[in-house]
Design a binder for this molecule. Structure first.
Ligand SMILES: C[S@@+](CC[C@H](N)C(=O)[O-])C[C@H]1O[C@@H](n2cnc3c(N)ncnc32)[C@H](O)[C@@H]1O
Length: 267
């Protein structure tokens, strides 16, 4: 099926169903099914490939596969709470790459929002983050997670610094005029052969895309658009051994165990 959004056509690679996991959420589930033009049911049917699960107090995505777990956006508890409380602060590679050790209240545009984890870490460190994500389903989950974070005393102030937009970041960068300090890209990598090695959240992301063919072109265009935008730096997250995106050599790199941040300083 396809979901039409202004100026953007997203193909959902898999058959989607809204699964009403809590009977009291029937109205919300029906509204989501109407938004995504898909069936709404109490449990998976054999033909469903991905479910948007509506629980009493959160939404999640799940593939209709044995052993597949749910993925949700949870800014309040779990791994992100641990990172908020005990993470590496402004010295961690992501923060240094984006210059937060020098300017903690930077305005950062996260052009590849995904599950919002990197954006949340940056907001925890004091940055204002405008996150843009083109997959409508992820935006639905991000908005759900952000709404819960705004209701929690420990995360409310951080959540107020995070703004979620649905859209293609290439188009956003061409049309918007934000006063940005930095642009952050964490592009999807082409599918690996050993899918068992890929975490369930990344498997879900890969399942949402019809094919990989346009990924590299999209990623390169994202970098070129970011480099044209008036801001101080552009940072690209890459696997340690990956070639430079669009063959553009960065001015500096910050490395961690498995990841490299390529930093491009703009004029
Ligand atoms: C690897 S994930 C990012 C994960 C994210 N950094 C996090 O911490 O959760 C890449 C995301 O970028 C999104 N994306 C790719 N190209 C995009 C574009 N042109 N505009 C907006 N979002 C895009 C994909 O839909 C995907 O969700």
């Amino acid at each position: 099926m396809s979901v039409i959004t202004p100026g953007l056509r997203i193909i959902l690679a898999k058959h989607l169903a809204v699964i009403c996991a809590d009977k009291r959420q029937k109205i919300r589930a029906a509204a989501l099914a109407a938004q995504y033009q898909c069936p709404c049911r109490a449990q998976f049917a054999p033909e469903d490939e991905i479910g948007l699960l509506v629980h009493a107090d959160y939404l999640s995505l799940q593939q209709n596969l044995p052993q597949a777990g749910e993925v949700l956006v949870d800014f309040v508890s779990g791994k992100l709470a641990h990172r908020r409380l005990y993470g590496g602060g402004k010295k961690q590679p992501l923060a240094r790459a984006l210059g937060l050790h020098k300017k903690p209240h930077s305005h950062i545009f996260d052009a590849t929002g995904g599950w919002g984890r990197d954006a949340w870490v940056l907001a925890c460190l004091g940055a204002t983050v405008t996150l843009s994500e083109q997959q409508a389903l992820l935006v639905t989950l991000l908005e759900d997670g952000l709404a819960r974070a705004k209701q929690d005393n420990d995360t409310q102030a951080i959540a107020e610094r995070l703004c979620v937009l649905q859209g293609n970041s290439i188009e956003n960068l061409a049309t918007e005029q934000w006063a940005l300090d930095a642009i952050y890209l964490d592009p999807m990598y082409p599918k690996r052969q050993k899918s068992a090695a890929v975490k369930k959240d990344m498997q879900l992301l890969q399942a949402l895309y019809a094919d990989n063919n346009q990924l590299e072109q999209n990623n390169q265009q994202l970098l070129l658009s970011a480099l044209q935008y008036p801001c101080q730096r552009v940072v690209v997250k890459r696997p340690l051994q990956a070639p430079f995106l669009a063959e553009k050599q960065p001015q500096t790199q910050i490395k961690s165990k498995n990841t490299r941040y390529d930093v491009y300083f703009c004029a």
